[in-house]
Design a protein around this ligand. Structure first.
Ligand code: UD1
Ligand code: UDP
Length: 394
């Protein structure tokens, strides 16, 4: 690819700004923050409050003991995606002006990820994108727009797998790509033993054998007929369901008048508020099967210590590695297809091998590259020169 690079001189710049705004970003960045601290890399971690409920934000920051420099809550009147994105963008811009970072670190594909990246690019400050290169090729998804835009304005791209690295290569991104593994595996490996010691969730869960269900994708839950079908699926499932409800899904169930149907299933569907991370890990560990449209949950289900079959209730996935490795089935969103996938998956054992998303070293690899970038005297130009293909140690 022929690209013209016009960067400012990075010599002498040192500090990173790490930005999170939603539940999965907090979880996936937590081990990265630890790895940065272990290397004495200076950083500020700011929370910009796209997710504002305690159960979706502070609960994780407290549980994982993250060092938050500023914690902001998005005004609840910002209900459109553009107003939300714009507010986060100007808020991150203020932090960049105040803190003068040399690198802005973002995670994933949320509106926060996009907003923080645009704010950085406009200053300009180089961007490090963790979990770069995922592609669902599903243009209905706001996440697909976000991740593509962020990948193309980032300087450092941390692709979790060879496939995601290859996606970036095919698209001729300007920044340097590193294949690192996904930091979510680091989180599971680190926190699962702690979770098993402290979580009391199994005292609350009414069933010995259950399917764990989570749903929140806009293209699913913003569709009343999807939610109505989901109620029917749950009614017909051979096992009871534990259903920690995402606030978006709860809001839609109320708006579409489906709460009564959910309550009528209370004999076999136990509805819970969004769980803390330790509780959710333990609920995953003890379930028979996972039924989800979550991205992070698809990955976590392949982690050592969890290893569960997952039925992905979506038309597409940007994480086909879990399917190829034998952990997941892409069921689609039709009632009969979902039930069929669940019946098949319940008879299957998850593979005994390693996770396709890495072996728990992703945060260390990422921190070491960031260290080189910030402190090793290398300039952005050096990082642009080569496509560096680093795979996780397996
Ligand atoms: C966002 C991300 C999605 C990610 C998910 C993780 C985007 C475009 N989407 O989706 O990629 O998988 O987070 O959970 O960034 N709400 C609350 N309280 C909260 C959070 C949400 O009430 O703490 C309700 C609000 O009505 C809000 C709606 O959920 O309008 C949607 O929240 P939003 O953050 O816009 O998107 P998510 O669906 O959470
Ligand atoms: N999670 C949690 N409690 C819950 C549901 C999910 O702690 O009740 C965690 C889960 O372990 C995973 C992350 O939240 O690490 C996934 O977030 P989510 O599904 O909201 O977003 P996505 O991964 O789809 O972007």
């Amino acid at each position: 690819c022929n690209v013209v690079i016009n960067l400012r001189d990075d010599a002498g710049l040192k500090k990173a700004l790490v930005v999170a705004g939603t539940r999965p970003e907090i979880i996936k960045l937590s081990r990265v923050l630890s790895a940065l601290s272990r290397r004495d890399i200076p950083y500020n971690f700011i929370y910009v409050g796209q997710h504002r409920d305690y159960e979706m934000s502070s609960q994780f920051i407290q549980e994982l003991k993250l060092p938050v420099y500023t914690y902001k809550v998005l005004p609840s009147k910002l209900i459109t995606p553009a107003s939300q994105t714009a507010h986060i963008m100007t808020s991150v811009e203020r932090s960049i002006v105040q803190l003068e970072p040399s690198l802005v670190i973002v995670q994933g594909d949320t509106n926060t990820t996009l907003a923080a990246s645009i704010a950085a690019a406009k200053q300009p400050v180089p961007i490090a994108h963790i979990e770069a290169g995922l592609r669902s090729y599903d243009w209905r998804m706001p996440e697909e727009h976000n991740r593509r835009m962020v990948d193309h304005i980032s300087t450092l791209l941390f692709a979790p797998t060879r496939r995601s690295g290859w996606n970036l290569f095919k698209e001729c991104v300007i920044g340097a790509t590193f294949i690192t593994g996904n930091t979510v595996i680091d989180s599971v490996i680190h926190y699962l033993p702690v979770a098993q010691r402290y979580s009391k969730i199994m005292d609350e869960i009414r069933y010995d054998e259950y399917i764990l269900a989570t749903f929140h994708r806009a293209e699913n839950v913003d569709n009343p007929s999807f939610l109505a079908d989901l109620m029917d699926v749950m009614k017909e499932l051979p096992l009871p369901v534990i259903f920690p409800i995402h606030p978006r899904t709860l809001k839609r169930l109320r708006e579409y008048g489906l709460m009564k149907r959910l309550k009528n299933l209370s004999h076999k569907v136990q509805v819970l508020p969004p769980l803390g991370y330790f509780d959710f890990l333990v609920a995953m560990k003890n379930c028979h099967l996972i039924m989800t449209d979550s991205g992070g949950v698809q990955e976590e289900a392949t982690a050592p210590g969890i290893r569960k079959m997952t039925v992905v209730v979506r038309k597409s996935t940007e994480r086909p590695e879990a399917i190829e490795a034998g952990y997941a089935k892409l069921a689609g969103v039709e009632k009969e297809k979902i039930l069929e996938a669940i019946h098949i998956s319940l008879k299957m054992l998850p593979p005994n091998g390693s996770s396709p998303f890495g072996d728990g070293n992703a945060s260390e690899i990422i921190a070491s590259i960031i260290n080189d970038f910030l402190l090793g005297g290398k300039t952005s130009r050096d990082f642009y020169k080569t496509f560096i293909n680093r795979k996780p140690n397996r």
